[in-house]
Ligand binder design. Structure first.
Ligand code: EPZ
Length: 417
């Protein structure tokens, strides 16, 4: 089990390059199930979740994936097994993204229920109810979603609440349903638009991705395509906050500032000085950070995946910040670890009050989920002394060689095998 060791006190300075978005490449990989032809994804990040998704697809009949740096070539000439087994799904909930494509491609799917994770119970009821509206017969038994629907039929579906992977599953299932599907109250994350762009290149007919209503007209078949995955807005936001907390002077490159509007707005309001360029955000050293309340929301609001990193930064603000986590029911697991570093945080359900400023000291801490690990690295960058983060595999799920990238901008950080 790798650990990551950070020694605090260094100001970051230099250039950080953002990789492709994990949450865009995973649905794009699942889309490869919709056609026997090759799908080529450029700018795909080399992170553990991509390797896991390759294994999931290969269990279904995908040819060996061809990787050349950030270029990933997938093809599923035939579906040899429409099953996503528990041993794989339990390591990555996003495996549930194969459900829609399998139904569309071969009219059947047996996908393990993802089960909960550190940040919440994470049900998939909205996916299942919506797929039933397309005519799929779905039973949930023995921990598996067993679905069959030889020919899905388009329908009008209104999601009860916004679900990112639910929207992605339904968009992919509807591409080959008979007739028109109208999806209302869908998620509007940039990753949804990116998937719609890939599906359109594959021959699907989709309108409205990025808005709250998506219309899909089913087609007979989809073909292969090449697509460049969007940059990871969560990695970019993590780097911006790492620079800000150390009063650093860092340019974050190869990102899409327009995907971070709510984040940049919030950071400016608490005193982070930034300049937005073409695909870049320049963070400049400035005075002390002010406190700022935060509410996480579906896009275009402030993303829940940056809440932990913001909370770490708020420990250094000159005053108290109220943070409201409105998406997940248990996404303050990082607070227990931050308290061990000296943070003073009061939690009550979905609310956390962060008292600042509190000097942080290095400690042995444990990562509980992907973004909590990122928050502990951000905290470790300013903590006095040494922080050792256990279970570094969490961070490797969604960040490509994070310690190498941060070393390049002066962080005293290394991986301990
Ligand atoms: C996606 O998860 C992301 N993962 C998550 O990123 C992200 O935190 C989340 O969206 C919210 O933005 C991927 O894209 C692979 P949801 P997803 O369905 O789709 C409830 C990371 O760190 N819900 O939008 O699983 C759910 O419990 C990960 O990269 C239902 O009740 O999230 C949650 O409270 C963590 N029933 C809320 O909706 C359902 O059927 C939003 O979940 C589906 C969801």
């Amino acid at each position: 089990m790798d650990k990551i060791r950070v020694r605090g006190g260094r100001r970051l300075s230099g250039v950080l390059q953002v990789s492709g978005a994990k949450n865009a490449v995973l649905p794009a990989m699942a889309a490869a199930l919709l056609t026997p032809e090759p799908v080529i994804l450029e700018n795909s990040p080399q992170v553990r979740d991509v390797a896991t998704m390759i294994r999931v697809l290969q269990r279904m009949g995908a040819a060996p994936a061809r990787r050349d740096g950030a270029r990933l070539e997938l093809s599923v000439p035939a579906i040899t097994s429409a099953e996503a087994p528990y041993d794989l799904v339990k390591t990555m909930r996003a495996s549930v993204l194969v459900l829609g494509p399998l139904l569309a491609r071969c009219g059947a799917a047996r996908v393990s229920l993802p089960g909960g994770c550190a940040i919440g119970e994470r049900p998939v009821n909205l996916h299942i109810e919506a797929l039933r509206r397309l005519g799929a017969r779905i039973e949930v038994e023995h921990g598996y979603i067993v679905a069959e629907g030889p020919r899905l039929t388009g329908a009008e579906i209104a999601f009860e609440s916004k679900t990112v992977t639910g929207t992605e599953n339904l968009m992919m299932a509807a591409t080959r349903a008979r007739g028109r599907t109208v999806l209302r109250n869908v998620a509007q994350e940039p990753e949804i638009e990116d998937l719609a762009e890939l599906l359109t290149k594959m021959g699907a007919r989709i309108e409205g991705a990025g808005s709250d209503t998506i219309v899909v007209d089913g087609v007979e078949a989809l073909h292969g395509a090449e697509h460049t995955v969007i940059p990871d807005r969560i990695e970019a936001g993590t780097f911006i906050m790492a620079a800000a907390i150390t009063r650093g002077d860092v340019r974050v490159e190869r990102c899409r500032p327009e995907h971070l509007a709510a984040v940049l707005e919030k950071l400016r309001s608490v005193g982070v000085r930034m300049e937005v360029g073409q695909g870049t955000v320049q963070v400049m050293p400035d005075g002390p950070l002010s406190p700022g309340n935060l509410v996480t929301l579906p896009f275009p609001g402030f993303p829940t995946d940056l809440q932990a990193q913001y909370l770490a930064m708020a420990t250094q603000a000159q005053g108290n910040s109220l943070i409201t986590e409105s998406i997940f029911e248990n996404r303050f697991m990082h607070v227990g670890e931050l308290r061990r570093m000296g943070a003073r945080v009061d939690i009550d359900g979905h609310f956390a009050v962060v008292h600042g400023p509190t000097p942080l000291t290095g400690a042995q801490v444990m990562a509980t989920d992907l973004r909590a690990s990122a928050c502990l690295i951000v905290a470790g960058l300013v903590a006095e002394g040494e922080t050792v983060i256990d279970r570094a595999y969490h961070i490797d799920r969604g960040y490509e060689r994070i310690e190498e990238k941060l070393q390049k901008v002066g962080a005293d950080i290394e991986r301990i095998h």
